[in-house]
Design a protein. Structure first.
Lengths: 381, 368
């Protein structure tokens, strides 16, 4: 048992912050209140610190490299076929990769590990704890999403090989074709027709039934293509990266999709990274669109999740809403909103304890990370 | 014009409530109870000198990465070159540094040459390069990083840090120069460097590179050294102090560079508190990044720093002084260029501090 005392608690539910205690037992939050006591509990005095749910980045490529290489993405997409819907990225993941421990040191207790963006239909992601020895034990939930990509990345991967896609329109056609064919496959199966098993189309069925998110890498005008294609099938989806979303505020809000914005901080360059419009996060949030922030680890270090929060606030977002963009919102995108992402009785006892409040105070930093009731990290102050 | 009743951060650590007078693109006066024709009430506003990035290659590459004019990859030793000729004002403007309150940038050659060329201090908004220039030949860019070896290993070397150091030593040790324009320009730059009239801006990703550079240049005590990137500078803190060198901290986010170098922000703050001058930049090992990242580093340093004005100085007075332009920019004082930024709140202390206006040479270039 672990008893957290006298913290400024940010539940990130409808409830405002308050000073109080949290009792953790068997990896779960057992009780939240004031003046809690428990025999045999380890007590952690958090007077003066802010207690947040463990941070969540639902768009991560942590550990998808050979040999623990820090900056790389070599195992993130298969790239043999632009339609790689049957690839499960959990089989590429290295739990001993240093980015996992690094996530713990930065208050992140859950990551959505998803395929990269070099195929059009990239594969299936999973939600992982950031600590542990076996990726299969660390896994909180498999099949969190079917990852899709439009634009420069899949185009660049396949261009020049004499087969589709060789252009942007070729990329988008493959997406449309995949969903049309997968839908026809599913319909035939449901009508009881005899159709040969197709693993790639099988991957789309939970998406088409609204049981799993499609998460599509796209930016500015690619968003229009993505929204057009995915709304046709009524699927739940998020727009990943979402640079240039400020030009498509109406379409995004009307489609009901979520936004996973980031990474921020690159230089403005050709095509899709011309319009890194962080202020659109504030505008979408005001319209009730569910927004998350991502650093796209390891493209940017997970340490910069706090920098991303700061930047969103700097460009107009509400600091309390920004806290949700790295906790309960990404938890919801992964279908884990009943288990992680807020401080509520019965949820996993995952916490990030901060000196200062991230997104409000410059210099805010993690002093403890707690995962399922265990202190995983302590900063020497 | 008079800006009345503002909180004025001079840029050198001083902060006071007062007024600032602007005339003809210059600061005409800073003090209490100034008066004039046009008065603007600035109560509740905080005014800082425009921030300065301490050295990246803004403006020398195009958006599509086709023009990479920051590296002259024909030879690793090109101290005769001047980055100013590679700068495209439109490319500077496109990166919109002024929207983050950055009004000047030390524009430098990249990290691919050992002695890559001289640097220039430029304003971040304009169309005419002459009007945007604060000063040229403000430093000679040096690189000790693996980027040099990556580029030149199959082009005559260096293939290893050993040959890189030899090439550096040879260039510094040269005493006879020919009469040609090229030779005389090289001599002018190298003499200025060795005599300490022109600082060296030395890219070092790790502590070995810092130690190598210090060893290779030990015979030149007059040299003015500014280490940049500097991710492991705290591990050479004594050595850096012993040469009276300064430190510019590069981008720490991209490619998980903080993890790669186990960057010790507390150690860097400790160096600054003990007197080593610091600047900040968005430069990374192989690329210069976006305007946002300057304040990200400020925040990381604020984790252990208790004096926000010390961090402010890293963006104002320090770079101006290090690069010899403190007569023009970096402080709010009479006679300086009217480069200032108006905030609601203090951006070094609060993330939600809002940039309301950026002014360069007395002209508003950005308004929220």
């Amino acid at each position: 048992m672990l008893l957290l005392k006298n913290a400024m608690i940010y539940p990130l539910t409808d409830e405002a912050s308050f000073v109080g205690d949290v009792l953790c037992d068997n990896g779960k939050i057992q009780e939240i209140g004031k003046n809690l006591a428990a025999d045999n509990a380890q007590i952690l005095d958090l007077t003066g610190f802010n207690l947040l749910p463990g941070l969540v980045d639902c768009h991560s490529h942590t550990g998808l490299t050979p040999g623990g290489e820090i900056g790389g993405l070599a195992y993130a997409t298969d790239t043999e076929d632009p339609v790689s819907a049957d690839m499960h990225v959990i089989y590429s993941a290295d739990p001993h990769h240093p980015c996992y421990r690094y996530a713990v040191e930065n208050g992140v207790t859950t990551v959505g590990v998803i395929p990269g963006s070099s195929d059009v239909i990239d594969g299936i992601g999973f939600a992982s704890r950031t600590w542990g020895d076996s990726i299969f034990d660390m896994c909180l939930k498999r099949n969190i999403c079917l990852k899709l990509s439009l634009g420069e990345n899949p185009k660049g991967m396949f261009q020049g090989y004499g087969k589709e896609p060789d252009s942007r329109m070729g990329v988008t056609f493959i997406l449309e074709e995949y969903f049309a064919d997968a839908k026809a496959y599913m319909d035939k199966k449901e009508r009881g027709e005899d159709v040969p098993y197709n693993a790639k189309y099988e991957a789309a069925i939970p998406v088409l039934k609204g049981e799993m998110y499609a998460r599509i890498h796209c930016t500015h005008n690619d968003m229009a293509s993505a929204i057009q294609c995915l709304t046709k099938y009524g699927v739940k989806f998020t727009i990943e990266h979402a640079w240039g979303a400020g030009n498509y505020l109406d379409e995004i809000a009307e489609s009901g999709c979520g936004i996973v914005y980031g990474p921020i901080g690159g230089r403005k360059s050709f095509y899709e990274s011309r319009f890194v419009d962080v202020d659109s996060v504030a505008k979408l949030d005001e319209r009730g669109v569910m927004c998350c922030l991502t650093v796209d680890s390891p493209l940017e270090g997970i340490d910069s999740l706090v920098s991303h929060m700061e930047q969103a606030v700097r460009e107009g977002a509400d600091p309390m809403h920004v806290l949700k963009m790295v906790t309960i919102h990404p938890a919801t995108v992964m279908g884990l909103e009943d288990r992680i992402g807020s401080i509520e009785t019965g949820k996993d006892a995952n916490f990030a304890v901060f000196k200062g409040l991230p997104g409000t105070d410059m210099g805010a930093c993690v002093v403890y990370t707690i995962g399922e009731g265990e202190i995983l990290y302590k900063r020497e102050l | 014009m008079i800006l009345k009743n503002a909180t004025i951060h001079v840029g050198n650590g001083e902060v006071f409530q007062g007024d600032m007078k602007i005339a003809d693109g210059k600061i005409a006066g800073v003090g209490k109870e100034l008066s004039g024709d046009e008065e603007r009430d600035m109560a509740g506003r905080e005014i800082f000198p425009g921030f300065i990035d301490s050295g990246n290659f803004l403006g020398t590459q195009d958006m599509a990465f086709h023009a990479k004019d920051y590296n002259e990859n024909s030879s690793p030793i090109t101290p005769h070159l001047d980055i100013w000729h590679s700068i495209d004002p439109d490319e500077i403007c496109l990166q919109e540094f002024y929207k983050a309150g950055i009004t000047s940038v030390v524009v430098t050659p990249g990290n691919e040459g050992i002695l890559a060329g001289t640097c220039a201090v430029m304003k971040t908004k304009g169309r005419n390069i002459n009007k945007m220039t604060v000063r040229r030949d403000v430093a000679l860019k040096v690189s000790m990083t693996k980027e040099v070896i990556n580029v030149f290993k199959n082009k005559g070397g260096p293939k290893t840090p050993m040959s890189l150091v030899n090439m550096l030593k040879d260039a510094l040790g040269r005493t006879s120069y020919g009469e040609s324009y090229r030779e005389q320009r090289t001599k002018e730059v190298m003499d200025a460097v060795k005599a300490g009239r022109m600082p060296l801006l030395v890219a070092c990703e790790n502590v070995c590179e810092i130690e190598r550079f210090m060893d290779a240049t030990a015979a030149y005590p007059e040299m003015k050294i500014i280490i940049t990137l500097s991710y492991e500078a705290d591990r050479a803190a004594e050595l850096i102090r012993s040469r009276n060198a300064s430190v510019v901290l590069g981008d720490t986010s991209r490619y998980s560079i903080q993890l790669q170098h186990k960057i010790n922000f507390a150690g860097l703050v400790d160096m600054a508190e003990k007197g080593t001058k610091f600047g900040l930049t968005v430069l990374g090992p192989d690329m210069a990044w976006g305007r946002e990242m300057l304040l990200w580093n400020a925040s990381k340093l604020m984790q252990t720093c208790t004096d926000s004005e010390m961090i402010t100085r890293m963006l104002t007075e320090n770079p101006a002084e290090l690069f010899g332009v403190s007569d023009r920019v970096g402080m709010l004082k009479a006679g300086m260029d009217a480069d200032y930024i108006i905030f609601e709140g203090n951006p070094i202390e609060k993330c939600g501090a809002r940039l309301l206006e950026t002014v360069i040479n007395g002209e508003t270039v950005y308004r929220a």
